[in-house]
Design a protein around this ligand. Structure first.
Ligand code: HMG
Ligand code: MG
Length: 314
């Protein structure tokens, strides 16, 4: 098998799906007040991000940090969404109850989520994989009938904190089923940030054997410093959609203190430096990362917002 060609054809343009208000703030020890969440979303919009996951319609008992989801979503839909019709604001939605809340807030897009591994799925949403698909029968179809687009996540694709390495075949089977159920795009998640490039090649090659190119997104964590290496492999194989969180917000519940989601500014810096357009203004993104630091009151692990973007200005 040939090695990955680091200087081969890369796409001219990719889309960045920003998850910091949801995937980032759900992991903060302290709950960020609604005004802080709005400040973060506004900074992300100002940076030119066009796909932003703002919150979760999950149980507030499970994720108290996002208990203000209904209020936040309503404010976003009645102000920011009308002012920025080109931005897709979205939110996690685990079941029919979540969908009712999303509809009441006027959301136009939601994301369902589940894991490739039984143990993580059970810990995260209290259901087996089969029970989750059954719950999604009451979520994905009805959402689409209501004119709401549905994205899907598969977590623990590269590894599970309870079960170790996951067979790509099993993970991609979950992704295919979500696509068949009506998800327009499936985000494959390296939830614990254990993935390495050869493994990524196997996962993405298998995904592309089963799914159209535009339906596949990568959601990489930088817990062990391998996120961007995995992104390059995905890019080379044809992936066009990447999730990220400004500042690297996110952490990892299984590795306290460790880096979490790949930082949006690091991803955008690398892509733009490779000649791949993202539509994101890097300087304003760095400002958004600094705003995120002030909102959560701690230094964030992203690198570019600390080192600066000088080399791209030459
Ligand atoms: P459950 O306790 O099994 O739910 O939780 P239930 O159906 O038995 O209902 C129990 C109570 O919860 C009931 O209320 C329901 O009404 C209520 P009660 O009668 O006791 O007063 N309930 C809800 N309330 C509000 N919104 C809802 C909802 N559903 C039920 N949607 C449930 C099941 C899925 C709700 C729960 O497990 C949950 O909320 N889990 C969310 C976990 C989560 O958000 N994890 C983080 C996101 S996943 C992630 O981060 C990975 C990802 O980023 C990718 C990656 O990084 O790799 C996507
Ligand atoms: Mg994540």
């Amino acid at each position: 098998m040939s090695a990955v060609d680091l200087f081969g054809a890369v796409p001219e343009h990719v889309s960045v799906y920003e998850v910091s208000p949801r995937d980032g703030l759900q992991n903060e020890r302290a709950t960020v007040p609604l005004a802080g969440k709005l400040r973060l979303v506004d900074a992300l919009v100002a940076a030119g991000l066009k796909r932003i996951e703002i919150t979760s319609f999950v149980s507030p008992k499970w994720i108290p940090q996002l208990a203000d989801a209904d209020d936040l979503a309503e404010v976003i839909q009645t102000s920011r969404a009308t002012a920025h019709p080109d931005v897709a604001f979205t939110a996690l939605c685990p079941n029919a109850k979540g969908l009712e809340r999303a509809k009441a807030a006027g959301m136009k897009e939601v994301a369902v989520f589940m894991s490739a591994s039984e143990s993580h799925n059970k810990k995260n949403i209290n259901k087996t994989i089969d029970e989750t698909f059954a719950a999604f029968e009451e979520t994905i179809g009805p959402a689409r009938e209501a004119g709401i687009r549905v994205r899907g996540y598969v977590s623990t694709v590269w590894g599970c904190p309870y079960e170790g390495t996951i067979e790509p075949k099993a993970a991609i089977a979950v992704a295919v089923r979500l696509h068949e159920m009506g998800c327009y795009q499936i985000s494959l998640g390296d939830t614990i940030g254990s993935g390495t490039p050869r493994q990524t090649r196997d996962v993405i090659a298998r995904a592309f054997d089963a799914l159209p190119v535009d339906t596949v997104a990568m959601h990489m964590h930088d817990t062990r410093g391998t996120a961007l290496a995995n992104v390059v492999v995905g890019l080379e194989l044809g992936v066009r959609h990447f999730d990220a969180a400004v500042g690297g917000l996110g952490g990892c519940p299984y590795a306290p203190g460790a880096a979490g989601n790949v930082a949006t500014e690091d991803l955008v810096y690398m892509l733009e430096g490779m000649g791949v357009k993202t539509g994101v203004d890097l300087e304003r993104l760095v400002e958004a990362a600094r705003a995120a630091e002030s909102i959560v009151g701690r230094q964030l692990p992203g690198k570019v917002h600390r080192a600066g973007i000088r080399s791209l200005r030459a």
